[in-house]
Ligand binder design. Structure first.
Ligand SMILES: NC(=O)c1ccc[n+]([C@@H]2O[C@H](COP(=O)([O-])OP(=O)(O)OC[C@H]3O[C@@H](n4cnc5c(N)ncnc54)[C@H](O)[C@@H]3O)[C@@H](O)[C@H]2O)c1
Length: 456
């Protein structure tokens, strides 16, 4: 996988890197190893001197060897002049710090300054240049902060004169070199094809399957990854503390947990959709929260999950508030498709609130047959959630016989199961009908006009 390509390949773009910290220094060493001519820039003189001497400015395995090789082969140099670095190269990677500001936001002052200086440099350049932001930043930064700063300072136009990309860095300190050559994924959001083409040349030896997406999605991916990693660490540690209090070996438990790649470490349960419900998740979550309380173990993440789930139902209610007084029809009542189980269905929760508010509601559920079957389910719900008893008393009278009837008799349709039956029924709804999609019936559909997705 490692190509010892020392010696410059003229097909390869030459690359400047602004910021020679953990990300920049590793990129210098690794990209020079792949044969790229690298020019590093930093405002810290000691980092510039270190790189020029082939010494790593940070501690990272294999970095000394890679930087030493690169300097010896004449592929690496460093400077404190950003203008000089940009002028000598085809692509500029920005990897300056984005620390936390006093108000908790992401401090973009280093990014702004670097962007302005890059603008000044490309003002003096005749050839097309690509700027690649590699810092972790809030979505919108590349196009709303970096690009305008460059345009202002250069007097040039994004598109014809320069391209811009966001390419998040996923390396982990300590194994950063290994991660660079074998990345978990490579994601590029590009301003246009020309910019994307130039950046893809950088990665062709490392990753054949670069994921091209919008710049904003690429920015968001990096944040989502890190929030997810934080959630995993916090979750594992909370489980560990509960296990310890119960004298159970937490590593035995989590070894089994992670061995389940079908439901636990998999795409399952990770797509934005409606709230969780059913006969197991809420009940067992309450039991674990109670158990932790009895044991005196503090588990704020696990504690927060029911509240988070309620906030999602509230989000659906807010969407429906705009349609108060209209006929609201629900496609799907059970907590998920393919079951007749109504227990703790979030859709039932939603309908109960609307009924209490005096709204006109109706529903169709293919897995519930009117009569004793429905009454048995209603009895479960009455027993478990007394607040939903009124809806259960009326459910039979609110139910319609098929999806087509529900669609034709409703001004607003709330979809809570992604099934072919519901997709087909909705193709026949009137143009004026509002569809509130809680499950994303069609992957390509985005909110707009009378179609509203709860989280897309
Ligand atoms: N450290 C990681 O493991 C890691 C991993 C993925 C992403 N990131 C992200 O990458 C970015 C860089 O992180 P880092 O840990 O390498 O930061 P760092 O603080 O180690 O390095 C940033 C460098 O940028 C230099 N700098 C600041 N302004 C400059 C300017 N105008 N011109 C030239 N140099 C300038 C600083 O002197 C510093 O050496 C951050 O957005 C971070 O969130 C970091």
């Amino acid at each position: 996988m490692l190509h010892s390509a020392l010696g410059r390949d003229l097909e390869k773009p030459s690359i400047s890197i602004v910021g020679l910290g953990y990300v920049g220094a590793v990129s210098m060493g690794c990209l020079s190893h792949l044969g790229f001519r690298m020019v590093g820039v930093d405002i810290a003189k000691d980092k510039v001197d270190a790189i020029n001497a082939g010494r790593p400015p940070i501690v990272e395995e294999r970095l000394r060897e890679l930087l030493g090789e690169g300097v010896e082969a004449g592929l690496i140099s460093a400077t404190d002049s950003l203008v000089a670095a940009v002028q000598q190269t085809d692509v500029t990677l920005i990897s300056v710090g984005t620390p936390t500001a006093d108000d908790g936001s992401c401090d973009l002052s280093f990014v702004r300054r670097a962007s302005g200086e890059i603008g000044q440099a490309i003002a003096m350049k005749d050839s097309y240049h690509v700027i690649v932001l590699r810092c972790s930043v809030p979505p919108g930064t590349t196009l709303e902060v970096v690009a305008p700063e460059i345009e202002k300072a250069s007097g040039k136009k994004l598109g014809p004169d320069f391209g811009i990309c966001f390419n998040p860095e996923f390396l982990r300190e300590g194994v950063a070199v290994a991660d660079f050559f074998s990345p978990p994924k490579t994601v590029v959001g590009a301003s246009d094809e020309r910019a994307a083409g130039r950046v893809s040349k950088i990665y062709e030896m490392i990753d054949e399957n670069v994921i091209f997406t919008s710049i904003a999605a690429a920015e968001m991916v990096k944040y989502v990854d890190n929030v997810w990693h934080a959630a995993k660490v916090a979750f594992g540690n909370e489980v560990g503390r509960i296990c310890k209090a119960l004298d159970i070996d937490s590593h035995d438990v989590m070894d089994i947990f992670v061995s389940d790649a079908k439901l636990n470490l998999s795409p399952c349960y990770l797509k934005p959709g409606f709230a969780f419900g059913g006969s197991c998740l809420p009940k067992d979550l309450r039991a674990v929260i109670h158990l932790a309380g009895v044991l005196g173990v503090c588990v704020p993440l696990i504690d927060s999950l029911l509240e988070s789930n309620r906030s999602h139902v509230t989000a659906a209610l807010r969407m429906l508030e705009a349609h108060s007084g209209k006929r609201i029809g629900f496609l799907g009542l059970t907590f998920k498709p393919g079951t007749d189980d109504l227990r703790e269905s979030p859709t039932i929760g939603l309908m109960s609130v609307l009924l209490a508010r005096g709204e006109t509601i109706a529903a169709y559920e293919p897995n519930l047959v009117l009569g004793p079957m429905l009454q048995r389910q209603a009895d479960y719900v009455r027993h478990a959630v007394p607040g939903q008893a009124r809806l259960m008393d009326k459910l039979e009278s609110l139910a319609v016989a098929d999806a087509g009837t529900l669609v034709s008799q409703s001004d607003v349709i709330v979809v809570s199961h992604a099934t072919d039956e519901f997709r087909a029924a909705l193709t026949r709804c009137a143009n004026s009908t509002v569809v509130i999609d809680l499950v994303r019936l069609r992957r390509q559909q985005v909110s707009g006009g009378n179609y509203k997705g709860i989280a897309w």
